[in-house]
Design a protein around this ligand. Sequence first.
Ligand code: SAM
Ligand code: SF4
Length: 341
Amino acid sequence: MVPVPSSQSPAPAPMLVDAHGRTIRYLRISVTDRCDLRCRYCMAEAMTFLPRSALATLEEIALIAERFIARGVTKIRLSGGEPLVRRDVGELVTRLGLHVGAGLDELTMTTNGTRLREHAPALAAAGIRRVNVSLDSLDPDRFRFITRHGDVAQVLDGIAAAREAGLAVKINAVALKGLNEDELGDMLAWCVREGHDLALIETMPLGAIDEDRTDRFLPLTGVFDTLAARFPLVRDSHRTGGPARYWRVEGTATRLGLISPLTANFCDGCNRVRLTTEGKLYMCLGHDDQVDLKGVLRAEGIGALDAAIDLALAGKPKRHDFRIGAGEAPAVARHMSVTGG
Ligand code: SAM
Ligand code: SF4
């Protein structure tokens, strides 16, 4: 993939503001819907993935992302599926890394960590400064059960490699009733010892899985009360424009984020949109409205992207309508891995 010098990039265009007055600064990109794990709350064991012919090329993803940067997006997160299973993803990271400090404030990645040992040095060299690593349990047997076949030692080694490469690490853990609820305090203590941040996430009704998510749904309100009884938590003003609220473990470098879209809605401050691995732009994780930017790029060229992005943005919903209840169908049929978590 050949980097595009900024002098050849399309001219800057107006900032991205949606119909509810929210300025879009954050683009999440799912670079693949495939994954080497099968976390129970995320995927079914037998998943049907998109045919390779449906995927946007890395060049197309880069061109679309660069249009967003030109229009005021300052933060890009690469996700999936597992971003590090896409062959040549390093080329995309290198290309987008050229914009860090020149339009982009931050390029980050969410990964399951299984391939970080191999990739962390290249991610750091490309300009990534921190990664989110998903880790729902430190216990090898539980981790294997939740991911269906993952090896926690491999992920811990990946996290160590990330730190050796100079990357800051935030641990993402989905709070799961009966699976890791008794371990979340110990995980926070581990994060404090290791100098990681921790984000706890409520399970969201996205895509069909092999079980009823209601059985595993754990409201973070109760989790927070339990953690606050054990740790000195002070409110932190950090905001990402996402659904997370933050606390700091007093006297430590560790920040605790609660991503609780079910029990506390923060859509009012939403500043993000999502590009799928098929090159479709979704304005909300929890809605089906999308605009096919890859199709526009292929049919009409890069000059048509701005109008398509504006059209998409005009329809950005005010909020998601997630509900979790026994027997309730998922809010949308798309798995998080398609839209990019
Ligand atoms: N494979 C990478 C990983 O696991 O970090 C990136 C993609 S994954 C979809 C991104 C994040 O979404 C992970 O932290 C994962 O735990 C979370 N996630 C996946 N499905 C979810 C769901 N239904 N509800 C809440 N979080 C989910
Ligand atoms: Fe894969 Fe991430 Fe989904 Fe787990 S949460 S199955 S690691 S995409």
